[in-house]
Design a protein around this ligand. Structure first.
Ligand code: DC
Length: 194
């Protein structure tokens, strides 16, 4: 059985939490595609070489979740050759036997336009910054500034910009609890799974 759930959206909208819950619920494999770009961003050297030579150790680094790694990821993610180098791995993962959930920015639009389910998970910049600040601490205004900067870069790049696929269900989690957001995602998958 091949079944792909594509979950896209801006930073800290709840994609990761929803993706892990959905993968658990349906027994699907999960790929956090942002981790690929984060690993390329923190590796240093030439980003295209880093993307072509990415290893499991690169993906296991402890510093991938920092704000700096997020910014570095967003910067290397504008490079078409970096995106190209990561494409086949993501497509192969999406069509693996047993079902897959991929979360990122361009899963429903570029990586897997044929995904059976597409969700676009979003929330206001303020809510997202607050959630990220609860995770990383520091100055909340600075976190909000970084969220806005990353949104602008991810949405305005020429190659695979962040936007909902035409057939994606948009899920605004600004006013939702995690449980409500997961329930809405699960309901949509069950509806489309038949
Ligand atoms: O989801 P995240 O915050 O871990 O993603 C980090 C950055 O990686 C994000 O700002 C843009 C880039 N990214 C991307 O361009 N395409 C994806 N599918 C996933 C992430």
């Amino acid at each position: 059985m091949r079944f792909t759930v594509a979950i896209d959206g801006p930073a800290a909208a709840g994609k990761g939490t929803i993706s892990r819950a959905v993968a658990d619920r349906f027994g699907f494999a999960h790929l956090d595609t942002g981790a690929l770009y984060r690993a390329v961003g923190v590796k240093g050297g030439d980003p295209v070489d880093a993307a072509r030579g990415l290893t499991p150790e690169d993906l296991a680094r402890a510093d991938l979740r920092t704000l700096e790694a997020g910014q570095a990821a967003s910067r290397v993610a504008v490079i078409p050759e970096v995106r190209q180098a990561l494409l086949d791995f993501q497509r192969g993962f999406a069509r693996r036997e047993g079902g897959a959930v991929l979360d990122g920015r361009d899963i429903g639009t570029v990586i897997c336009p044929e995904a059976e389910v597409k969700l676009f998970v979003t929330a206001s910049p303020e809510v997202r910054a607050h959630r990220r600040w609860l995770e990383v601490g520091g100055d909340e205004r600075q976190v909000l500034a970084e969220v806005r900067e990353r949104d602008a870069r991810d949405m305005n790049r020429a190659d695979a910009p962040l936007r909902p696929a035409a057939d994606a269900m948009v899920l605004d989690t600004s006013e939702m609890t995690i449980e409500e957001a997961v329930a809405a995602a699960v309901a949509q998958i069950e509806r489309l799974r038949g």
